[in-house]
Structure formats: structure tokens, C-alpha cells
Ligand binder design. Structure first.
Ligand SMILES: NC(=O)C1=CN([C@@H]2O[C@H](COP(=O)(O)OP(=O)(O)OC[C@H]3O[C@@H](n4cnc5c(N)ncnc54)[C@H](O)[C@@H]3O)[C@@H](O)[C@H]2O)C=CC1
Ligand SMILES: O=C(O)C1=N[C@H](C(=O)O)C[C@H](O)C1
Length: 250
């Protein structure tokens, strides 16, 4: 069986360099390009890449995606910074290249995906829910893509269940004291040397709380999800949002 021809964009970055090693080690994949900020995207075409793993920055991802989709190259995207406007722009590109697949995964780690799913399931049963995400201080975006997506999933689950707005008697507060408001869910961002990627979802009801916590201690935690995404995106045309769509979570 021929190997999948895979390229990594952002290959010198923290997660990109780990992804390069993971693709090289995968029996069913061949690393055909490992590109950084100053490399030419045309290399992706010249190297006949079938799948690009996009791990750059929120400032770079849209241009890279546009190039790949125009050239019919499937993309597994880990880069953050997704907004409704960006998703709509991607939808327009994909409409012109309907056989191309793009997976956007706010988080590739299996534990984080499960944590998001559990939070989504629990959200309707508690009066209060807040998200705390904790990352290394070199991260350029806040809140994290994972926390934003978690809050959106929680908010949708609560809206569908007809939950009342969360109780919060705050009348005066310093700017930021109650975190960022993502669809009505407060999201708090910690940046601390020594950390990598961590998240807690705190749920509270009368006389009880539930905390769902996930910790990524090494970038290796993201690799099985990236490899799964590469294997699956080639037969998933259009946009897939969330690795959970490629997992049999029931
Ligand atoms: N979905 C997930 O599970 C994960 C997502 N991430 C996300 O991945 C992104 C990268 O994170 P890190 O590796 O920590 O950042 P980083 O700053 O270490 O790496 C980014 C790399 O991309 C390069 N780059 C910038 N523009 C480029 C371009 N146009 N073409 C090619 N390379 C370019 C930079 O020079 C740098 O080497 C962030 O958005 C982060 O949030 C990180 C870890 C896990
Ligand atoms: O920048 C990171 O490190 C991470 N980014 C992603 C995010 O913003 O959610 C995924 C993970 O949290 C690591």
C-alpha cells in the first residue's frame, strides 16, 4: 500500500517539530515537506503533498489554508484563532474545491476531547459553569482554542436544554475579573511558566460541584490525534470541526 504523502507547516515550532517526528515514525506516512515561516508554499505542490498538517499561528493559518484548498491538498489544522468569520471564509474556499477535506481540531489530545465531551454532557445539569484554561506563557492567543470551543459546546447544550442564565450577582468588578464571556460562559486564562496545556471546567449546583480537568504534560499527547486526523481527512471532504468526529464516542 502506498504511503500518505504528508507535509508539516510550522515545522520548527513547539508542536510542529513534534509532528515532524510523529509523521516520520508512522509506517503508513511519508514526510515530503517540513516548512517554516520563510519557505515557499509552492513546495507543497512540488512535493506532491496529499495532506498538510497546519501548526503555525492565527496570523498565518488563513493564507496557508487558502493555498492548500485551492490546490486540492487536504489539511489537518491545529492552529487556533477560529471565529465565525474565518469559518465562513473557509467555507467559501471549500465550496470551490468540494473534494478537499479540512479538519480543524481545537485540541488533538484524546483526553482533552473527552473532557470537552463530558463538559458538554454535564452542562445542562448544573446552575453554574465556568472554564479555566492554563497554558505556557509563550502562547500568543487567549482564551485558548480549546476553552473557546468548550464554552461554545457548553452554551449550546444549555440553550438546547432551556437552562436559565447563570446566577452572578457581580455589580462592580475590575476589567477582566470575571474572565472573557464566551456565549455566556466565563472563561479565565492563566499563563504560567512550567505549564503546557491544561483545562478545568467547573460546574456548580445546590450543595455540590463537579470539576472536569485535563492536563497535557508533553506535546506527544497531541500526536495520536494528529495522525488519526491525517488518516481520516483524506476521505472526509468539506469541513470537519473537532477530532471527536473521527472518534467513536457514541
Ligand atoms: N490543536 C491542538 O491540539 C494544538 C494546537 N496548538 C496550536 O498550534 C499553533 C502553534 O503552536 P506552537 O507550536 O506552540 O507555536 P510556535 O510559535 O512554537 O510555532 C509556530 C511556528 O509556525 C511558524 N510559522 C509562522 N507563520 C508561518 C507560515 N506562514 N508558514 C510556516 N510556518 C509559519 C513559526 O515560525 C513557528 O516556528 C498555535 O495556534 C497553538 O495554539 C498547539 C498545541 C496543540
Ligand atoms: O498553544 C498551545 O500550546 C495549545 N493550543 C491549543 C489551544 O489553544 O487550545 C491546544 C492546546 O491547548 C495547546
Amino acid at each position: 500500500m502506498s504511503k500518505l504523502r504528508v507535509a508539516v507547516l510550522g515545522a520548527k515550532g513547539r508542536i510542529g517539530s513534534e509532528a515532524v517526528r510523529a509523521v516520520e515514525a508512522a509506517d503508513d506516512m511519508e514526510l515530503v515537506a517540513a516548512l517554516g515561516r520563510d519557505d515557499k508554499l509552492e513546495t507543497l505542490v512540488e512535493s506532491k503533498a496529499q495532506v498538510v498538517v497546519e501548526l503555525t499561528t492565527p496570523a498565518s493559518v488563513m493564507g496557508n489554508l487558502d493555498f492548500c484548498v485551492r490546490h486540492g491538498i487536504h489539511v489537518v489544522v491545529g492552529t487556533t484563532g477560529w471565529t465565525d468569520e474565518r469559518l465562513a471564509q473557509l467555507g467559501t474556499s471549500l465550496a470551490a474545491s468540494p473534494e478537499t477535506g479540512v479538519l480543524i481540531a481545537p485540541n488533538f489530545s484524546i483526553g482533552a476531547v473527552l473532557g470537552m465531551k463530558f463538559a458538554q454532557q454535564a452542562a445542562r445539569y448544573f446552575e453554574s459553569v465556568e472554564v479555566i484554561e492554563l497554558h505556557h506563557p509563550d502562547k500568543v492567543d487567549a482564551p485558548s482554542g480549546t476553552a473557546t470551543r468548550t464554552a461554545q459546546l457548553i452554551a449550546t447544550a444549555r440553550a438546547e436544554a432551556g437552562c436559565a442564565p447563570q446566577p452572578d450577582a457581580t455589580v462592580t468588578a475590575l476589567d477582566g475579573a470575571r474572565g472573557a464571556n464566551v456565549d455566556g460562559v466565563p472563561v479565565h486564562s492563566i499563563r504560567l511558566r512550567g505549564l503546557l496545556a491544561h483545562q478545568q471546567v467547573l460546574l456548580g449546583g445546590e450543595g455540590e460541584t463537579l470539576t472536569i480537568r485535563h492536563d497535557s504534560m508533553h506535546h506527544r499527547s497531541f500526536m495520536p490525534g494528529i495522525l488519526l486526523g491525517v488518516r481520516r481527512v483524506v476521505s472526509a471532504p468539506g469541513l470537519t470541526y473537532g477530532l471527536e468526529n473521527f472518534l467513536d464516542l457514541g
